[in-house]
Write a protein that binds this ligand. Structure first.
Ligand code: GH3
Ligand code: MG
Ligand code: MG
Ligand code: MG
Length: 312
């Protein structure tokens, strides 16, 4: 009864979409005890330009999840040893998988049992038979939505930079990487100078524009591998991998000079804005917080020494 996979047209469209957005391919975890069927789904999904991983033994699903980080889980309902809804409940217990959409794909036609499955855990129910094209498009749409939401959670809405918790997490990752590679890693705390005055004189909206401008400048001037986050209101946290203290100081001084040269204006009055920054070389035996703390102390020195400065 299996039709040949006919997804070439979708694949082209989806590949083009992905290329435009420059994001990694969507990852789909297929959990189904039927080996032939699971392979068929895998083929459809791979031909539509997504990555697929198959788990046939439901008790091995958690192992399948490890390291794969799926964007969508396609879950069979009726399996030996463990049912789909039972698996879905287990997945939902783990914080790290909380946001991953679970889509049942089953020939279960009893609508009460379909509802029971969704009430237990899960997000959607695809009833078979379904065309290859509809399956590919449904999975793709789900994955795209999940990525958008995940992206929204990690980004600050004003600047598009990583938000507080995410940038700290990423700093932790970079510290682990630096420990392995034995490369130097620099952490930077950056804070706008006398920013209360900007808000008081020109209003909060203008203040927001200044914050966005600095965020844009940081993204322009730093490398793709550098980590840039909005740590607090007008505070930024940076992690610069494979960088010496001396080089980081030169880079930050360059950004500092570019920033103070930006001609802001409000109420027909031109004004300038500056920031201070504190740098610290990461000690990989210390936690992210301890390293941030040392950058913060250097920032305090920069403020103390007159602002519009970068201190080590
Ligand atoms: P300092 O040079 O010592 O840092 O002086 P400061 O005035 O910048 O002092 P501080 O860092 O303590 O104050 C930060 C101010 O930034 C307070 C708050 O009104 C403002 N601020 C914080 N977040 C935002 C934001 O998202 N938008 C705007 N417009 N202002 C903000
Ligand atoms: Mg089955
Ligand atoms: Mg501040
Ligand atoms: Mg400030």
């Amino acid at each position: 009864f299996m039709k040949p996979v006919d997804a070439a047209a979708i694949e082209l469209r989806i590949q083009r979409l992905l290329a435009q957005r420059q994001q990694p391919r969507f990852r789909i975890l297929i959990v189904d005890d039927d080996v032939m069927l699971a392979e068929h789904y895998r083929l459809i999904i791979e031909q539509a330009g997504m990555e697929a991983k198959v788990v046939n033994d439901p008790t091995k699903m958690l192992i399948g999840l490890q390291g794969f980080q799926p964007d969508v889980i396609l879950l069979d309902v009726n399996m030996p040893d463990c049912t789909g809804p039972e698996l879905a409940q287990i997945i939902r217990f783990k914080d790290e998988w909380l946001g991953v959409p679970i889509v049942y794909l089953s020939s279960e036609t009893d609508s009460q049992r379909q509802l029971d499955a969704l009430v237990k855990a899960g997000d959607d129910f695809i009833s078979k038979p379904i065309t290859d094209q509809a399956l590919a498009v449904t999975v793709f749409a789900r994955a795209q939505r999940a990525r958008q939401l995940a992206e929204m959670m990690t980004r600050d809405s004003l600047t598009g930079l990583l938000q507080h918790a995410t940038v700290k997490e990423r700093l932790g990752d970079e510290i682990a990487k630096a420990k392995r590679s034995k490369q130097e890693l620099i952490v930077v705390m950056l804070d706008l100078d006398h920013f209360k005055r900007v808000n008081d004189q020109y209003g909060h909206l203008v203040g927001d524009q200044v914050i966005s401008s600095l965020a844009n400048l940081l993204q322009q001037k730093l490398r793709k591998t550098d980590v840039i986050g909005r740590y607090g209101g007008e505070e930024f946290l940076l992690a610069l991998p494979d960088c010496s203290l001396k080089k980081a100081k030169t880079i930050l001084d360059g950004i500092r000079e570019s920033f103070q040269a930006i001609p802001f204006s409000a109420q027909d009055k031109p004004f300038q804005c500056t920031f201070s920054a504190g740098l610290a070389r990461v000690d990989t035996s210390q936690s992210a917080d301890e390293n941030i703390d040392r950058a913060d102390q250097a920032l305090y020195q920069a403020k103390h020494n007159g602002r519009n400065r970068v201190e080590l």
